[in-house]
Design a protein around this ligand. Structure first.
Ligand code: MSP
Length: 489
């Protein structure tokens, strides 16, 4: 395993609905981390995509009077469009309806069957279509799924089951030895709790009569693959587990595999998936980063409540850069939180227009007025106070980024921004402009050198979060043209 080569994934999102802020949050975290690691000269492969099979999607297509594939095509492209609008740059977008993905799912199921890890069993149980998951009677609230408040359906059929119980101890060991690291600690604790519950073997198929929209089992034409098994396999099908072994070796076997996901799907990723991988003789993912869940304006996001915010709408109002900032500066990655739309405008004006935007235009207009033409700076000329704060900021920033603490890393950058703003005011630097005496001239040049080098550093640090702003700032620093990057709203 080479930590200098990182394979970053997001969950693949269900296409029964349009992309919302929840999906956006995860994908943005992955994008920022990819950009950060690339900046640190690491090799990165960033994978995202859409989960397109199963009853939930089939039914949504029907309600919308659409052929399921056409429905998936349309909704899947909405995800691509949204990521583009947000400046998210992935290396591959996988769809579970892709031919090579389907072939890989069948290849995997054949291996598991041949190994004796799949067996047929009559099953009776409850299933929540919205969760695409089995539910237990004891977990229902007034007979309804506790997450979707809808009645589950009764399933009574003969399905194939995966021998999870056989691999349970091995999964536990991999987690204990941190071969699979679960971040943060709260998620690790939750995983340990799940392991204590001793989960049972799980069904990997459904009867085709009941669910037509899925990947047919290679050894039984009357059954289709359970959508979660189909979906998890995306992480290996996308990098060529079936037909491109070299690429698979490069990213999975030799790379650092990092799955990013919300805590709603922890069980599938921290237990089912590693068990399947162990059965396939493949190493478990190196790490799973579990982020918190948020409400929007105090309420759980839900289609019925119609409070799912369209990320594209935010981009229209604030622009892609500000939307990225506003989402990641609300609360730490691993905490639960509330996205308060009403605060967006204020936060935009305070942080982006005033704190960051002002600093940029103050420094550039000082340079302009002072006719300070220098564009390349000798960092050895920087004063000790600036040198110290730059060093501290960079150390803290790297420490936070390596721990995926994006919120905290952003705060570090803004502390540096504030330091410079206060410095300009306290030293009344503008009063030095135009003074003819040698001392004033030298002093002004020193101030502008310190501030320019610091702005250059801010530009580097902020680049994974605000890539376009960073690029524009780079040009402004060259042309010394004080043009506002974030106009006040
Ligand atoms: N298709 C499955 C995942 C299969 S991965 C092999 C699925 N899709 S989903 O469309 O429901 O997306 C779930 C993911 O969206 C969560 O894990 C999380 O990453 C993100 N979020 C959805 N709602 C969210 C919040 N309210 N808050 C934060 N993230 C949220 O599950």
């Amino acid at each position: 395993m080479i930590k200098s080569r990182i394979f970053i994934t997001t969950p693949i999102y269900y296409v029964n609905d349009k992309p919302h802020l929840g999906h956006t949050f995860t994908t943005l975290i992955a994008d920022v981390l990819s950009r950060y690691f690339r900046q640190e000269k690491k090799e990165v492969f960033f994978l995202t995509g859409t989960d397109e099979h199963g009853l939930k999607i089939f039914q949504s297509a029907k309600i919308n009077n659409k052929d399921p594939k056409k429905f998936c095509d349309e909704n899947s492209s909405l995800f691509k469009e949204t990521w583009k609008n947000l400046g998210i740059e992935y290396d591959k977008f996988i769809r579970t309806t892709d031919k090579d993905h389907i072939e890989t799912v069948q290849y995997v199921l054949d291996i598991l069957k041949e190994k004796g890890d799949l067996y047929e069993k009559d099953y009776k149980g409850l299933y929540c279509i919205d969760c695409e998951n089995f539910v237990l009677e004891k977990d229902l609230i007034n007979g309804l799924c506790p997450f979707h408040l809808k009645p589950p359906i009764n399933i009574s059929e003969r399905n194939y089951f995966f021998k999870l119980e056989k691999y349970f101890g091995l999964v536990q060991k991999e987690i204990e030895k941190e071969k699979l690291k679960i971040t943060p600690n709260s998620a690790l604790k939750e995983t340990k709790g799940l392991l204590k519950q001793k989960l049972t073997d799980f069904s990997v198929s459904r009867i085709k009569e009941k669910v037509q929209w899925g990947v047919e089992l290679p050894f039984d034409k009357n059954q289709v693959t359970y959508v979660w098994v189909d979906a998890l396999i995306n992480y290996i099908s996308a990098i060529g587990f079936y037909k491109n072994k070299n690429n698979f070796k490069k990213w999975w076997e030799e790379g650092y595999v990092l799955h990013i996901l919300g805590k709603d799907i922890l069980k599938f990723h921290a237990i089912y998936w590693p068990a399947m991988l162990i059965a396939l003789n493949i190493k478990v993912p190196n790490e799973e980063l579990i982020h918190g869940f948020f409400t929007v304006n105090g309420l759980k996001m839900s289609k019925t409540l119609k409070n799912t915010i369209d990320p594209n709408e935010l981009v229209r109002i604030y622009g892609s850069e500000a939307t990225r900032y506003l989402l990641l500066s609300q609360f730490p990655v691993s905490s639960d939180g509330d996205i308060k739309e009403a605060q967006f405008k204020e936060k935009y004006n305070t942080d982006l227009a005033n704190r960051l935007g002002n600093l940029i235009s103050r420094v550039l207009s000082l340079e302009n007025k002072a006719e300070f033409k220098q564009t390349k700076f000798n960092s050895s000329k920087i004063k000790p106070n600036f040198k110290k704060i730059l060093q501290e900021t960079r150390n803290n920033y790297i420490h936070f980024m390596e721990d995926y603490k994006l919120f905290e890393a952003l705060q570090e950058i803004f502390k540096l921004v504030d330091y410079c703003n206060v410095y300009i005011s306290q030293n009344k630097i503008w009063e030095l402009v135009g003074k003819k005496d040698k001392n004033s001239k030298l002093l002004l040049e020193q101030h502008l050198t310190d501030l320019s080098i610091t702005l250059e550093e801010i530009r580097n640090l902020i680049s994974p979060f605000l890539p376009k702003t960073s690029e524009k700032l780079g040009n402004l620093l060259k042309t010394k043209n004080p043009e506002p990057l974030f106009k006040r709203l």
